[in-house]
Design a protein around this ligand. Structure first.
Ligand SMILES: *Cc1c(COP(=O)(O)O)cnc(C)c1O
Length: 370
């Protein structure tokens, strides 16, 4: 249910297509990354569809995100990629959520607080140069592993993260891979899951010892490295004209009067603004009506903005904000942002409509709890 005519459409068939493309291309199991509300696409439907289409895990950033999925009824494998407080471990165990060993100290504290960890699944994180989270030294990793095994923890995975997977030159990835493989070989432990690559690395790099990839952006249909694999963007964003008027030469548009008409012009108002994550930097960019580009003129307001059109479109005419004519990668480039940021900005004021086999299967409006 929603009443304001600004909405996102998410095509779950294209999402399933992207999963198959990545699976065939990498020949590995897929951990679908659904952190930050599935990059704005909505965590529940994305996670559910991912598992129905053969992904092995979904990955989130925090216990809150994992719990949000559980609360919505998602019962399958969840891996938390970030830090979880030792005081909250009980919640993770109760909810059957897999955790990441983010540091040697974290493992020591965990083992100091629990006698028996036989219900806890863990993945060791190896820091091979990102310097964010993980353990770097073999001695630390070996010690952590021994401690966890002595407490009967289920150490089912080991992973690392590349810091420059989007570089055309793969020398930095190679260096990190060598470090990671040295650790795996030295630990000589039978991990169920070994993973390293995100989207860009999955597409442009080979990690032959890994049996899984952690993919977010590519599954949402966006590429940030050159490749001819057939990924389809799954999210579109639309709004509808609410007002249309003729504005005389020399009149100005919006706050600060930053745009002045240099002739009589037709100005349409659309109900989307920075409160929706459609930031003020969008001023001067273009949106589309039936594929025709029209400029956003004047400052973007919190809830609305104005566009300069060339005919008196009826109120209710659909306007494309993100679509096949306006891909997120172009929008991000124009805003001097990355596609991840553009997607994460889309606020929960925008209802998400989910399509499968051409039909609407659900509408989620987080501002009106039904
Ligand atoms: C976000 C994230 C990913 C997924 O990255 P994409 O570029 O969207 O594929 C993978 N691994 C970790 C550790 C992450 O934080």
């Amino acid at each position: 249910m929603f009443y304001r005519n600004t909405w996102a459409e998410i095509d779950l068939d294209k999402f399933a297509h992207n999963i198959n493309v990545i699976k065939e291309y990498t020949n590995k199991e897929i951990f679908c990354v659904v952190k930050a509300n599935a990059y704005g696409h909505g965590d529940f439907h994305i996670a559910t569809q991912a598992m129905q289409n053969g992904c092995s895990y979904v990955a989130v950033s925090s216990l809150d995100e994992a719990m949000a999925l559980r609360r919505q009824g998602f019962t399958k494998n969840i891996l938390i990629l970030g830090f979880v407080s030792i005081g909250d471990i009980k919640v993770a165990i109760d909810q059957k959520i897999t955790l990441t060993c983010v540091s040697y100290d974290w493992v020591c504290e965990l083992c100091a607080h629990y006698h028996d960890l036989s219900d806890l699944k863990l993945h060791l994180k190896v820091d091979t140069g990102m310097n964010r989270i993980g353990m770097k030294k073999l001695t630390e990793l070996q010690d952590a592993l021994d401690k966890l095994i002595s407490k009967n923890a289920i150490v089912e995975g080991i992973y690392t993260h590349f810091h420059s997977a989007d570089d055309v030159d793969k020398i930095k990835c190679e260096r990190q891979k060598k470090w990671f493989y040295h650790i795996i070989d030295s630990l000589n432990y039978n991990f169920k899951w070994i993973h390293a690559s995100n989207s860009d690395a999955s597409i442009s790099f080979t990690d032959e010892k890994c049996n899984a990839v952690r993919v977010g952006l590519a599954l949402y249909g966006i590429k940030s490295v050159e490749s001819n694999i057939d990924l389809k963007p799954i999210l579109s964003l639309y709004t509808k004209i609410t007002c249309i008027k003729e504005v005389k030469k020399n009149e100005t548009i919006g706050y600060g009067a930053t745009y002045q008409c240099n002739k009589d012009e037709i100005i349409a108002t659309i109900p989307i603004g920075y409160g929706d994550g459609f930031i003020r930097a969008n001023q001067g960019r273009f949106v589309c009506i039936d594929g025709h580009p029209y400029e956003i003129v004047g400052r973007v307001c919190m809830d609305q903005c104005m566009i300069k059109v060339d005919k008196k479109y009826p109120v209710g005419t659909k306007v494309e904000i993100i679509s096949e004519y306006i891909p997120i990668s172009n929008m991000a480039h124009e805003l001097k942002m990355i596609p991840y940021e553009v997607l994460c900005l889309l606020s929960d004021r925008i209802p998400r409509i989910y399509y499968s086999n051409g039909d609407v299967i659900d509408t989620i409006n987080l501002r009106i709890h039904e």
